[in-house]
Ligand binder design. Structure first.
Ligand code: NI
Length: 182
């Protein structure tokens, strides 16, 4: 089932999301709905707050970018209760967008490597060092669980320049090809 996307301005995007327990009701259905919603809107990652649920669940499939980033070929992942324990390596700047901020694309500087732990959809525990573009996607989605969006991380000058766009999104005036929460 395709779920409506919560856009910039919705309070759920500013909350710190809650960890879930392994008896969370209908979790597999939720995960499959999140993938379906992400694919339908041509996203490569989606965090539960973006569909209005303040819980620590993320889906990622960045394989459409595998032509440019070969390490993304097998990047279909579910991250439950992730924890980023460390971020290090080089600072890398690249353009990001977000399904909750349609029409906004800005350069964001992030660390190139993270140490992350999470549970997958089978509740298997993972403890991994992740580098490159996948580390960027994970950090972007993890930010959503902490109540942040990527425009929080751009320069004050850039943020001032896109203020009008953000206000329009918050007012429901954004042009969007997918279903959004009103
Ligand atoms: Ni996002």
């Amino acid at each position: 089932m395709i779920l409506p996307m919560y856009l910039y301005g919705q309070p759920v995007l500013r909350k710190t999301a809650t960890p879930i327990s392994n008896d969370y009701p209908d979790l597999q259905t939720l995960i499959s709905d999140m993938f379906e919603t992400m694919y339908k809107s041509d996203g490569i990652g989606l965090a539960a707050p973006q569909i209005g649920l303040s819980i620590r669940v993320i889906v990622i499939d960045a394989s459409p970018l595998a032509d440019d980033f070969p390490e993304l070929a097998d990047s279909k992942l579910t991250l439950i209760n992730p924890q980023i324990l460390a971020a290090d390596g080089d600072d890398v700047t690249a353009e990001e967008g977000c399904l909750s901020l349609p029409g906004v694309h800005e350069n964001v500087t992030r660390k190139n490597r993270i140490h992350i732990t999470y549970f997958d959809e089978q509740w298997q525990a993972h403890d991994e060092l992740v580098e490159g573009y996948l580390a960027r996607v994970m950090q972007h989605e993890y930010d959503h669980l902490e109540g942040h969006v990527f425009t929080d991380r751009i320069s004050p000058i850039r943020r001032q320049l896109i203020k009008g766009k953000l206000t329009n999104i918050a007012k429901g005036k954004a042009r969007c090809s997918y279903k959004t929460k009103r």
